[in-house]
Design a protein around this ligand. Structure first.
Ligand SMILES: [Zn+2]
Ligand SMILES: [Zn+2]
Length: 336
């Protein structure tokens, strides 16, 4: 099978992923082999490829927004059969017995494994998942489903953690793949969504998806606005956006950061940015419960992904586009 493999981390402009032929894996025990149709490209992949997340394997195939069909199952698998439409997400496996796993917080498990980071992922034609962590998906277009697998699920967890009173105003900073799905959930649940971005195209998409207000942050005058948000989610991995997002937050508001890596956050002025019971909260991965809840909501409310599809061999170029902010919505690799 063809795979785009990372042997040595480096800037994506240097095309660090190499196209290789690898042996198709064989599922054992409770493993599920998935023939991949599409795999989404997530910002976390950029952190893995460029080394902000330290390498844990001598080489790895990135990708954790895998959508495909079951091609074979291990002898102990009961939930899936050949041909089922499934997804393999970021949360590959947890230990199942630590203080976090046994209290509904498996996202904090210290021994959890990640698809496309600590085990091979989806920038290829076939990948292995664990039966209990593979997600059954509706039988619809694989391209549109791929961004649900991480961008959607993690954004939903962040949203759950910041939900204000009914009808409250929620701000979305860093309007990429995750924000464009999470904003739709917020709107469907009856909240007012406000989108912030430096890119007019991103704000145009936000308005199409139901944002009541959009703020162009390349215009410095926006920083003098009065605080109007009940809560906010900052999807940008840039620490300098945190004070700006906090400044938009009213008293009692929460700012969530669903980023796995962030550049340094500048000093925060306590009186102005945190006093008034404002909360700043990181979001780490997700639980399987988050994934099930999000996928049910996504189906019920017919969430729409805005995607750009590229062939598998263009994985380096896809990451370059993501890094340069040249993507509106999500980039998805065609692996079939
Ligand atoms: Zn655990
Ligand atoms: Zn991701």
């Amino acid at each position: 099978m063809r795979a785009m493999v990372l042997h040595a981390v480096g800037p994506v402009e240097g095309n660090p992923l190499r196209e290789e032929t690898r042996e198709r894996p064989t599922p054992g025990g409770r493993q599920v082999l998935v023939r991949i149709d599409h795999c989404g490209v997530c910002r976390t992949d950029l952190h893995i490829v460029e080394g902000e997340l330290p390498p844990v394997l001598p080489s790895v195939t990135p990708g954790h927004e895998i959508v495909g069909r079951v091609a074979a199952v291990g002898s102990a698998v009961k939930r899936f059969r050949d041909g089922d439409r499934v997804g393999i997400p970021w949360l590959h496996r947890t230990c199942g017995h630590c203080e976090y796993c046994t209290t509904g917080r498996e996202n904090l498990c210290a021994e959890k494994q990640f698809t496309g980071y600590t085990v091979d992922g989806g920038y290829t034609e076939y990948a292995l998942g664990e039966e209990e962590y593979v997600l059954p998906l509706p039988d619809r277009d694989a391209v549109g489903l791929a961004p649900f697998l991480c961008a959607g699920i993690i954004g939903y967890r962040a949203l759950k953690l910041v939900l204000p009173q009914p009808g409250g105003r929620i701000g979305f900073f860093g309007f990429g793949a995750s924000a464009h799905l999470t904003l739709q959930v917020a709107v469907k649940l009856g909240y007012q969504a406000v989108a912030y971005s430096r890119t007019p195209d991103h704000l145009r998409l936000a308005r199409q998806l139901g944002a009541v207000e959009t703020v162009l942050t390349s215009d410095p005058s926006w920083e003098s606005r009065a605080a109007s948000l009940d809560s906010a989610i900052d999807f940008a991995p840039a620490g300098e956006t945190v004070p700006s997002a906090l400044r938009e937050l009213k008293k009692g508001g929460t700012l969530a950061i669903p980023a796995i890596h962030m550049s340094p956050i500048p000093a925060l002025e306590y009186d102005r940015l945190l006093f008034g019971e404002r909360r700043l909260l990181s979001v780490e991965a997700n639980t399987r419960e988050d994934a099930q809840e999000f996928l049910a909501l996504a189906v019920r409310h017919r969430l729409q992904s805005t995607t750009v599809s590229r062939p598998l061999r263009e994985a380096n170029e896809a990451l370059q586009d993501l890094k340069a902010g040249r993507v509106t919505g999500a980039v998805v690799l065609d692996c079939a």
